[in-house]
Ligand binder design. Structure first.
Ligand code: PLP
Length: 366
């Protein structure tokens, strides 16, 4: 978490502990803090404060935007094949249409157009992919959806976008947008769903009617305040961080691509600076991650699932990458705490680990 977000959260775990739904003085104080946080977040998104719905996580925001819309307006749900499972599983559950992606990892626009019709009520295309970092051309997606599925609510999962793209450029293109605080230096367990005024969904969490009946449940006041502070700073620092981390990303890629058999998955021009994705031919990710863990380099292969076990990447499979490449997938994330020393250490550790694995492979094949 960003230290400023921790500091903003602390009073709500000690002296300001009231439930904002109450009517007494302390409750009003907590409610005021939520209102202020809502204003700050709206400013960073370029939306109206009333368009923000606080949820429990990015997953819940995605679920609400898809399942909640389909319940309210029954019809066909559409998404791209490389969506996070928080979207993909909802669309599959609704027997929807999963549109193929191209070899660069973005939705195939011709296939999207073919899937759209007046029967489609929900379309979901992510702003930035969590595994590869590839950025979607949402302008093109939005044009197609408005033209060929005019009834549809267009949702974007912007969970991975907040640190790198100005959300004010994304919000005008869509009807709903999902964010998750822990991706921009806020706490885990705070999600944001932005819903355009005049657009409706069936709430999926029912109860006390908080968030103007759109999401029930006692507010996580400290978490919401901390999320607002984290997003405020992320927004202010974004352009300098994109430049700083972009340079670190380029340095990391240069180091990794010097390794024999290393392939860059997505070109720099179409990806965010925070994700470095390579495939190391002939290397098994699992052995690599084991050695990297020992060297204090925290990396991943596909996406982490609840069991902590590695699952084959549906994203790389959808891009048509061959198994000899996908078995050696390596994903590294960079963020506001990443330094040039981290990059130097990572390059040495990864090069060393690959050399060790190849030495063992060579000995076995003798
Ligand atoms: N969408 C994307 C693109 C993500 O990367 C993640 C989490 O990694 C989620 C949704 C889910 O967010 P949360 O972990 O807050 O449920």
């Amino acid at each position: 978490m960003r230290p400023e977000a921790v500091e903003a959260m602390l009073p709500f775990m000690t002296e300001v502990f009231a439930n904002p739904s109450g009517s007494h003085r302390f409750a009003r104080q907590a409610r005021k803090s939520i209102d202020e946080a809502r204003d700050v977040i709206a400013e960073a998104i370029g939306c109206k404060p009333g368009e923000i719905v606080f949820t429990g996580c990015g997953t819940e925001s995605d679920n609400t935007a898809i399942t909640g819309v389909i319940r309210r307006s029954p019809g066909v749900a559409v998404c791209s094949a490389t969506e996070h499972h928080a979207v993909l599983h909802c669309v599959e559950h609704a027997n929807g249409v999963v549109v193929r992606t191209n070899h660069l990892g973005t939705i195939d626009l011709e296939a999207l157009q073919a899937a759209l019709s007046p029967e489609v009520t929900s379309v979901s295309v992510m702003a930035v992919n969590n595994e590869t970092g590839v950025i979607t051309d949402l302008v093109a997606v939005s044009k197609l959806v408005r033209r060929y599925a005019p009834q549809a609510m267009l949702h974007t999962d912007a969970v991975q976008a907040a640190c790198w793209l100005d959300l004010r450029t994304i919000w005008p293109l869509v009807d709903t947008m999902a964010l998750s605080a822990h991706k921009f230096g806020g706490p885990k367990g705070v999600g944001i769903l932005v819903v355009r005024e005049g657009k409706f969904f069936e709430p999926i969490v029912l109860g006390g009617g908080q968030e103007r009946d759109r999401r029930s449940g006692t507010h996580n006041v400290g978490g919401i305040v901390a999320a607002a502070e984290a997003l405020r700073i992320t927004d202010i620092e974004r352009s300098s961080e994109v430049a700083r981390i972009g340079a670190l990303r380029d340095k990391l890629f240069a180091g990794l691509l010097a390794i024999e058999g290393a392939h860059r998955t997505i070109p720099a021009e179409t990806s965010v600076p925070g994700v470095v994705h390579v495939c190391l031919q002939g290397i098994e990710s699992e052995s690599l991650l084991y050695l990297l863990d020992e060297a204090d380099v925290c990396a991943s292969a596909a996406s982490a699932c609840a069991s902590g076990a590695m699952e084959p990447s549906h994203v790389l499979a959808a891009m048509g990458l061959t198994p000899d490449l996908t078995m050696g997938a390596l994903r590294l994330s960079l963020g506001h705490t990443t330094t040039v020393e981290d990059i130097d250490r990572a390059i040495v550790a990864i090069t060393d680990a690959v050399t060790r694995i190849r030495a063992v492979q060579n000995r076995r094949s003798l």
